[in-house]
Every structure is written in structure tokens, then in C-alpha cells.
Design a protein around this ligand. Sequence first.
Ligand code: DGL
Length: 279
Amino acid sequence: MPWKAIGIFDSGVGGLTVLKEIIKALPQEDTIYFGDTARFPYGTKSPETIIRYSLEIASFLVKRDIKLLVVACNTASAVSLEALTKKLSIPVVGVIEPGARRAVSTTRSRKVGVIGTEGTIRSSAYTKAIKRLNPDVEVITQACPLFVPLVEEGWIDNEVARLASRTYLTGLREEKADTLVLGCTHYPLLKEIIAEVMGTGVRLVDSAEETASTVADILRSGGMLRPSSEKGNHHYFVTDVPAGFIRIGKRLMGGELGDVHQVSVEEPVMNEEMADDGS
Ligand code: DGL
């Protein structure tokens, strides 16, 4: 078991922020990263669709004999963690629970803000997870749908990003939350602008670090860690042509990615009409 890889998936390239923390915490581990770039984004899609995508990807990764699955995508963690946990016999780690834990231990005023995609905010997954840990913490949420395209475009430090941040975050700032959960893979890249808008009294919580330490704890307690003298290999699979993934990925990881393969995980659909007309 220790010699198997850790599987990680996201709707696209953003989950590399989580992979980066996992590699930092566990440099001896092999990893297989899956970015569903052809079906990106997940944040605007229905829970049913995201659950189907997540199960398809999990089945692809399990066939590659992983020992643990990390759902790096906040939206997928928010809606499909239960389905994945039921289906798989290996440990499944999402980013919501670790982020909620960090937020609860950070807040002093017991007022926590959470920002994420429409799908994540609609699911209330962060609110439920925070309330489970401490029912006295008040949670204020805000969807920030323009943040993902801004980051994908590399617009992380310009007037457009600043205006979008001000528009989305002014309400949260006025509510006087002292802790803000960056509940999306892409948001850590906007950290500086978000911090500028929120002001110095607000602590920003990024789930990636806490998720990596959860993964380390599970592997350690299950006797599944590789010896620390090893150096892990990292493989990448994407569902669209890899060029865009490689370009943004290099920026996120701060260096070359290694091998990136394009694959398909969708079952071919053939309906009766298509069969009849021979197309
Ligand atoms: N990875 C998604 C998340 O963390 C953001 C991008 C998307 O909408 O697919 O919620």
C-alpha cells in the first residue's frame, strides 16, 4: 500500500494549488493529478452533473491503483464527497472540512466569511461544516463567479480584479468577519487583492495547506506513508488539449510539470436516433 500513488482531481488547473501543498508536505509520495479541463468549469454546473463527473474521474484514478483520493476542487468536494466516499474503498479527502477546521480555529470574533463558486456557495457545504465544528460561529457567504475567469486570464493584479474584489467583498467587510475562507482553488492567487480589500484585521484561510496535513495524517496513521528517503514522481492527466493546462500550471507550480497526457473518461453515448441514421 505505501508504494501506491495519491490521486488528486480538480475541474482544471486550479487544483495544482492543493497538489503543490501536498508535494511540499509529502515530497516522498508519487501523485497522479487529473484536471477535467474539457468540462471546466464545475462552479456553474448542477450537483447531478458534478457527481457524475467526479465518479467517472474517481474510477479512472482507482484503475491506476491509487491509495487515497484528494478532491482538490471545492465545488466537487461540496457536492460529491458523500457519493465518492460511498463508492470507494480508499480514503477520500475533500477540501471543505480542512478549510472549515482552519477557519474555526482562526476566528476570534466567531464571524467567518466564505467565498466560492456559485455551486459551492449554493450547497452551503462550508456553512454546514463550520457549524458542525462550532455552532456559535456565524457564517457569511458570497459567491464570486468572476474570480475564476480572472485568474485563468492571469488578471490577478490589475484594476479589473480590484474592482471585482471590491464589488464582491464590501458586504463581507462591513459584516466585520475576522476570517475569510478562500473556498475555491483559484482564489489563493488573488490573495493580495482580497487582503487589500478586506483590510489588515482579516485573516485569509486557504484550504490547501490544511488539506495536505489531513492527507499526511491519514497516511501516517494508516501506515501508508512512503519512506521519507524517497522522491515522488508526478503524473498529470487532462481531458482537453494540454497546452493551456501546461501554461497556467507552470505558473501555479513555479516550474515545469513533467508529463501531461490527454485522456477521456466519458462513456460514449449512442442514442437510438444516431443508431438509426447510421451517424
Ligand atoms: N475548482 C473549482 C473550485 O474550487 C473552481 C473552478 C470551477 O468552477 O471549476 O470550486
